[in-house]
Design a binder for this molecule. Structure first.
Ligand SMILES: [Fe+2]
Ligand SMILES: [Fe+2]
Length: 187
């Protein structure tokens, strides 16, 4: 029985991605310039984990980061929300065989940060928040700002929830066809 209880508590913790925010209007205001753009909508073409698109994953990370920032009363919520939305803005399918064996895990933070600068003119701080979100995977690049630690943590929790609970059979989980060329979005 103790094991069942522990499992349920773990599920509840991971399902934090379902929590609601107190200040939804502020989140909507901070998110809309990126989230509602045509360029960011391209993330809907690519799968991140299981059946979850990069778009859906990024919005979930932004929502959780914002809720953490509210809890800890961070002031710079604008940079936090923009960077969280753009943290995986790499614009390619990393599940194709040639990429699965590549250095995607190490290189995509830089690709996403450079794409964010190219298409959304992010600040140096926002660029850094995106660049460091994969720590400790990118061991030599830890977050420089406390907003970076929040995005890093939210990304891990959301990714775990998606990997454990949003899986689907490979035959029914193929990514939708891509519209853009990979090389166009990489620097
Ligand atoms: Fe990432
Ligand atoms: Fe992510």
């Amino acid at each position: 029985m103790a094991r069942v209880s522990t499992t349920n508590e773990l599920v509840s913790l991971i399902k934090l991605t379902d929590f609601s925010m107190r200040n939804t209007n502020l989140f909507e205001h901070l998110a809309e310039s990126v989230r509602d753009s045509e360029k960011f909508a391209e993330c809907k073409q690519f799968i991140q984990h299981g059946s979850v698109s990069v778009y859906e994953h990024s919005v979930a990370v932004a929502r959780m980061s914002f809720a953490f920032a509210e809890t800890f009363k961070f002031s710079d919520k604008q940079s936090l929300v923009r960077a969280a939305l753009l943290h995986d803005f790499f614009l390619y399918d990393w599940h194709v065989p040639e990429r699965m064996w590549s250095l995607h895990g190490w290189t995509h933070p830089v690709t996403a940060a450079n794409n964010a600068r190219r298409y959304f003119n992010v600040t140096d701080k926002e660029w850094s928040l995106i660049r460091t979100h994969m720590w400790p995977y990118t061991l030599l690049h830890p977050p420089k700002y406390r907003e970076g630690w929040i995005i890093c943590l939210a990304d891990k929790i959301v990714s775990l929830e998606e990997t454990l609970f949003r899986r689907c059979p490979r035959s029914t989980c193929l990514p939708p066809p891509r519209l853009g060329a990979i090389s166009e979005n990489r620097r």
